[in-house]
Design a protein around this ligand. Sequence first.
Ligand code: MG
Length: 346
Amino acid sequence: MHLDAKVLNLKLTTPFRISSRDAQYIAPNVIVQVTHNEFTGYGEATPSRYYGETTETVLACLALFTSSLGDDPFLIEDILQRLDKIVDLNSAAKAAVDMALYDLMGKILGVPLYRLLGLNPTRTPHTSFTISLDTPAEMAKKALLAKDYPILKIKVGTRNDVEILKAIREVSSATLRVDANTGWTAKEAIKNINAFEPYNIEFVEQPVPAHDLAGLKLVRDNVSLPIFADESCVTLHNIARVSDCVDGVNLKLMKNKGISNVLKMIHAARVHHLRVMLGCMIESSLAITAAAHLTPLVDYADLDGNLLIDDDPYEGVKVEQGKLVLPEGTGLGVKESTRIVRDDSA
Ligand code: MG
């Protein structure tokens, strides 16, 4: 098999802000093509600075991986084991190769990914739509603009989080989920989450820093809302470690090494009676569609990365009144958008 990669810069519709990190205007991603005979599988890597990744580290990993792919995409477990031996971590680069291999397998067999995985495409959940950090008034304005989405995910982790929730609840009757992205101490989290009580929140994601599992447990024991781990849940082994501290986990292809490993993590989470959400980074419809194919297995979806960009070069999963609608094409079922695909390669 042969691998090619190019950088794709996605432009955000509005600057994206979350707790503890700088505002983002562009999401630099990497598109991967894996070719086998007459078939080509596509994958996408969204490097995360939080996990030490950049487009340069992704491209460097892909250059190391290319000679280890072998000649049979159906030996995906062997291939992914080899990639793990070449370099530790670097989840996004591995996710892109894994995604391209699944696309390739589906195309060779002539079936959509959900069929390859034995999943029922009508059992997709609704996705949330993210309101990124801003002033309470601006966030309420964004919530009004997002009135077509029945579920909103509200970013918090500021000094006026309760005012944010109040302002949004005044203009929106949507289901509200809250994500603090590690922005609070356990004490602040307990105070804020208990103050959210009147605003009818469904659950709260990652209230405290990733390493602070005792803090996660303390929060969960002192609030009535369900608590989910995101940044605290990166590896398969993390599932067991967080299982006593939270009610659910947010898994992502980019953070958790792609489809194969996320499938394992979903099943491991079920062993520990955890609820599961499938989330994303700022990704094009290529990676979002790949994740959407797995959603019949999960309770919640937060797959809106492609809805936050201006120049999505791909088409795949659609959102109809919030519900994810999977494409019927083979593999990921993703096509190039009718808009021109830009080549941002250096
Ligand atoms: Mg999160």
